[in-house]
Design a protein around this ligand. Structure first.
Ligand code: ASP
Length: 440
């Protein structure tokens, strides 16, 4: 039977009550052999995350100020859990060590990592399984980059010696032994690394939502959940602003073709979302999701007989390269070419870029559209349905949305539409309603 890795986010382990849910989940499936916890998260909307409190302590030390007040609140969080669950491990002694090392100026990474470390100790005790310190199995190189190969070798060898274990998320160690963390939300990455290390059948990512939704619920009312999404589709959606998993969490498991199942600790029977490498072609015409992002500028160029002018596009791109501007999209027509760039790419050099293009490319016209938004309609099934784009564009026309740009990825897995920023939410809604309600 295959092995499962279960990563639990901060809200899934915020207090003793949540620990109980986690234990029930682990015990309901004996394949759930390795568990990767985050630090305790918020218990309520106004609560603090332990990781934020630890960062706060480290910054007070750096300023030479006392940190006992925030540290006491951290102590309370862990002691409460240990007390309520009647745990045996000596968490007080551990907290004292952590206090001393933060006080000695060990730094922000060390401090922040202790949320996961201490939570891992408690969880291992509560589940009655081994504890593996992530510093011994997750490695960064001299430059601070994650060392995938060294980690894989060490992780694989170590997990073979433990039938069941807790490996805390978010951190590893540098060649000199110092603790280093991933970027915020990085326990997702640790979970993926553990899953790759043991060749898991599945990587379960437990959180407080039942998977991914087809659209942002702040924009679309009650969007449907996504049952299955491919890594490639997810990358498109995440890039356009949909967020559930840490971006870098995909790579270790994608390499090893391990599916991810995003599930809800508070509703464990719901299926959640499966993220897989290949999901077949999908139902023809159905979309997987829609996401939108503001903050783009379109530079639109026109030149008579552009199609015959050899090197025109290369010249435009050359100017952008010279100014270090990266581009997002470049839709073209016979005599037109547009480049879409993120606003922050043009900061401080917008006029120079425009002058450079005018001088080098001599277009008949150059127009700039500011405050643009892009929306991506993503779906592996779209390619096999004639008229997918027609339905998208008629939805936008019916909603009175002015389309400024269209770009269809060559995989035909996504259609990107540029609209004015203030029209974005209306556009996403119009497309969602039309494509999910229409006959398919
Ligand atoms: N506790 C860390 C954070 O808050 C890492 C994580 O939860 O994934 O960013």
């Amino acid at each position: 039977m295959g092995v499962k890795v279960a990563k639990f986010g901060g809200s899934s382990l915020a207090d003793a009550g949540q620990f109980r849910k986690v234990k029930a989940i682990i015990e309901s499936d004996s394949a759930r052999s390795y568990v990767v916890p985050s630090a305790p998260g918020k218990r309520s909307y106004t609560d603090d995350k332990v990781t934020d409190m630890l960062y706060h302590c480290a910054s007070l030390v750096e300023l030479g100020e006392a940190f006992s007040e925030p540290f006491d609140s951290i102590v309370e969080r862990f002691i409460d859990i240990a007390f309520e669950l009647e745990l045996k491990c000596d968490i007080r002694a551990e907290l004292e060590t952590v206090h001393a090392r933060i006080a000695s100026g060990e730094g922000a990474d060390y401090a922040a990592s202790r949320g996961e470390y201490l939570n891992g100790l408690l969880l291992a005790d509560y589940l009655g399984v081994d504890f593996i310190d992530a510093a011994e199995v997750i490695f960064f190189d001299e430059s601070g980059a994650f060392d995938a190969e060294k980690t894989q070798d060490a992780m694989h060898a170590r997990l073979k010696r433990h039938e069941r274990a807790v490996v805390p998320g978010f951190y590893g160690s540098m060649p000199n032994g110092a603790i280093k963390t991933f970027s915020r939300g990085g326990s997702d990455i640790s979970g993926a690394i553990v899953a790759r290390g043991c060749g898991a059948e599945i990587y379960e990512n437990w959180t407080d939502v039942s998977g991914l939704l087809m659209a942002d619920p702040r924009v679309v009312k009650n969007p449907a959940p996504i049952e299955v999404v491919t890594y490639a589709e997810l990358r498109e959606l995440a890039y356009m602003g949909a967020s559930v998993l840490h971006d870098e969490a995909i790579f270790p498991v994608r390499q090893a073709c391990i599916p991810i199942n995003v599930k809800n600790t508070n509703a464990p029977d719901e299926p959640g979302t499966m993220i897989v490498s290949d999901a077949g072609d999908g139902d023809p015409g159905t979309i997987t999701g829609i996401a939108g992002k503001r903050g783009f500028t379109v530079i639109a160029l026109e030149k008579d007989k552009m199609n015959a002018a050899i090197g025109f596009a290369a010249d435009v791109l050359g100017v952008l390269r010279d100014y270090g501007v990266s581009i997002e999209h470049m839709p073209t027509g016979i005599d037109t070419l547009s480049v879409v760039v993120a606003d922050n790419q043009l900061e401080g050099k917008r006029q120079k870029v425009i002058d450079g293009i005018l001088a080098r490319c001599e277009p008949d016209s150059l127009e700039i559209y500011d405050s643009m938004a892009l929306l991506a309609v993503v779906g592996r099934g779209m390619v096999r349905r004639i008229g997918s784009s027609a339905r998208i564009f008629s939805a936008l026309a019916e909603a009175g949305v002015n389309i400024r740009m269209i770009d269809q990825g060559s995989s035909e897995m996504n259609i990107i539409v540029g609209v004015e920023s203030e029209a974005l939410n209306g556009a996403v809604n119009a497309i969602y309603q039309k494509l999910t309600r229409d006959e398919r």
